[in-house]
Design a protein around this ligand. Structure first.
Ligand code: NIG
Ligand code: FE
Length: 393
């Protein structure tokens, strides 16, 4: 038998009057000012702010090792793309990740995961992409699956073998896409390890043309696609991703008007990643005003990774979206809830407070969302509820 609970004295972001939330069987079953409490367990939220749990829709949370040495090199004036071409960057993480087994990857990822959960995140996407051979890529996703057994959150896994070209395929990008990215994807799907397919479309990684066969195969396998694109240059990946009906295009700083129009038409979410923009000291901002004008849903995510975005805070991510790019408080909040969920194909599952959706919400020692977005370094989370059960607080 599942417990019916009424969570009373909830301050919902857009409502003056305190509300009540009824949950049963892991789902929200009703929201209203005066629900029947007969036979229900009552939890008093004390007039605190209640929000949908956060969704971190773009992370590289599982990886081995540390690249803060590159951080120090960049402080001395080195450039991210030069470090990558010299065998650092993603390939440095590849060497560390290949050396580790699943248990070690899990142990290294857990503190990062716990930091996200402690700030109210209940749905997290985790990508492969630091193994760059079939077995190491599968190992990363097995580690991600293990994390979801160890902690209460909803996991979405993404196959990102097309993240960089490993040394053993130097000069043969097409061979790598065919023999590792596509063949490995088939193995990952057979093992139930993959929910979506991603790639890195950039001069230092793969072109849209090179990624096309991978996306075509993903389509045949019934898997949705998403793409790192227009991050450091305008690579043209957005148009290809939109043609494949991508769930999201991610980074998007160098996107053009044509790119914005294409994703407006394809219903693709723009996932903006201010942690990487900030860490790399970029100056090219994503076209927030054009996205807003075109009605394209904007998500924000940590992009948690060992190089360009060593960030494990969605509160900080929202603050960056607002301060660096002029997103409003409401846009920042939607970006880490309903739009983040859409970027994972979970728009009807989580990210909003409505009957029928999963009972994933957070309770804050705050009165208004602006107090979460506008302050830096404070975590006023009082409680996290995942699938109707209290996990923090
Ligand atoms: O999203 N852009 C490509 N990949 C990752 C991380 C790259 C890295 O490890 O340096 C990103 O920024
Ligand atoms: Fe990324």
């Amino acid at each position: 038998m599942t417990t019916r609970r009424i969570w009373i004295n909830a301050r919902l972001a857009c409502e003056a009057r305190l509300q009540q939330i009824e949950t049963e069987g892991g789902k929200i079953t009703a929201i209203g000012p005066d629900l029947s409490q007969a036979g229900a367990e009552v939890v008093d939220l004390g007039g605190r702010l209640v929000l949908p749990s956060f969704v971190d829709c773009h992370t590289h949370l599982v990886f081995g090792g540390d690249r803060t040495g590159e951080f120090e090199m960049r402080l001395e004036g080195a450039d991210y793309q030069d470090i990558a071409r010299a065998g650092g960057g993603i390939k440095a993480s590849m060497r560390f990740t290949r050396e580790r087994d699943v248990d070690q990857l899990v142990a290294e990822a857990l503190p990062r995961l716990d930091a996200l959960l402690a700030e109210g995140t209940s749905t997290i996407e985790i990508k492969s992409g630091y193994g760059l051979d079939i077995e190491s890529e599968l190992k990363m996703l097995r580690a991600a699956k293990r994390l979801a057994e160890l902690r209460p959150f909803r996991l979405r896994t993404t196959w990102l073998a097309a993240h960089a070209l490993p040394p053993e395929y130097a000069g043969d990008k097409a061979g790598y896409i065919r023999e590792v990215a596509i063949a490995g994807l088939e193995a990952a799907q057979a093992e139930g390890l993959v929910d979506a397919v991603d790639g890195f479309c950039e001069g230092i990684a793969f072109s849209a043309e090179e990624l096309e066969p991978l996306f075509a195969r993903a389509g045949e396998l019934g898997l949705p696609v998403k793409l790192h694109t227009e991050q450091l240059t305008r690579s043209g990946g957005t148009l290809m991703a939109a043609r494949h009906g991508a769930l999201s295009v991610d980074h998007f700083e160098y996107a053009t008007e044509e790119d914005v129009a294409a994703i407006a038409a394809s219903g693709t979410v723009a996932v903006l990643l201010p942690g990487a923009y900030y860490t790399l000291n970029e100056v090219q901002k994503p076209p927030v005003a054009a996205l807003r004008a075109a009605g394209v849903p904007m998500a924000l995510a940590t992009d948690c990774n060992p190089g360009t975005s060593p960030l494990t805070s969605l509160l900080m991510t929202m603050n960056m979206g607002a301060v660096l790019w002029g997103m409003t408080v409401a846009e920042c909040l939607d970006a880490v809830t309903t739009h983040g969920a859409r970027a994972l194909g979970l728009g009807d599952v989580t990210g909003r407070l409505a009957p029928g959706l999963s009972a994933d919400f957070t309770v804050w020692d705050a009165e208004r969302p602006a107090q979460l977005v506008g302050r830096i370094g404070l975590n006023p989370m009082h409680m996290r509820v995942f699938e109707g059960a209290v996990t923090h607080g």
